[in-house]
Design a protein around this ligand. Structure first.
Ligand code: PLP
Length: 215
């Protein structure tokens, strides 16, 4: 599907819920995609991308920034503390802040570097053992801890369980954000971004619907 078609679907889902499509940011998830699929999207003028791994992103985005100018690239995948500095240098936002140790590392580096990307706290809304994210019951305390460390937390992120209706998870995340005074909601992927928009998503993360299946 083309970028234009996705944008049209975003606009339509937004209007259907009394929202402005222009207020919803489309993160084109380029992880594991070959350059010949990403370049057309860059040439079409899209400037916001998502990656899962620091090392993979470091291997391509510096060159594309040199060629295309300023680009926003967001980290969506889990972040190890020992890659935190590299991540802070490379990404404009990190969507996977999910544990106190990482929060402390980011806070220390932010002091040191005098800057910090926008941060989303990832919530494991389905409390799945294998999945990253802070547990829902711990989220309010964790957000408060991050704020006490002066971290720029802008919103929440979730990846609902694959075999469940995502709507309930999006709704829970939206309530959690509202009660914590957080404006941004990173939720919705290729199969469910319209549902996420119905529930208040401000950032949708769409990969395969734009670029095709990952190899
Ligand atoms: C891979 C990935 C996406 C994009 O998934 P698609 O189904 O290809 O749209 C979105 N968010 C996260 C966190 C991902 O890992």
């Amino acid at each position: 599907m083309s970028l234009d078609e996705i944008t049209t679907r975003i606009d339509r889902a937004a209007s259907a819920h009394g929202r402005d499509g222009a207020s919803i940011r489309l993160i084109a998830v380029s992880k594991e995609q070959p350059a010949d699929r990403v370049l057309p999207v860059l040439r079409a003028g899209h400037r916001l991308f998502g990656e899962n791994r620091v090392q993979e992103a470091a291997g391509k985005w510096p060159d594309w920034r040199a060629e295309f100018g300023p680009l926003d690239v967001h980290l969506l995948g889990p972040l190890q503390s020992n890659k935190a500095r590299a991540a802070m240098e490379l990404f404009q936002a990190i969507h996977s802040l999910d544990r106190p140790k990482l929060a402390q590392t980011l806070a220390r580096l932010a002091q040191d570097m005098g800057q910090c990307p926008d941060l989303f706290v990832q919530v494991n809304t389905g409390a799945e053992p294998q999945k990253a994210g802070i547990l829902p019951d711990d989220a309010d305390d964790f957000i408060a801890q991050c704020r006490a460390l002066d971290l720029p937390v802008v919103g929440l992120m979730c990846i609902p369980p694959v075999d469940e209706d995502p709507a309930a998870h999006f709704d829970a995340l939206a309530h959690m954000a509202a009660r914590n005074g957080l404006a941004s909601l990173s939720m919705g992927m290729s199969d469910d971004f319209e549902t996420a928009i119905a529930h208040g998503a401000t950032h949708v993360r769409v990969g395969s619907a734009i670029f095709g299946a990952r190899r």
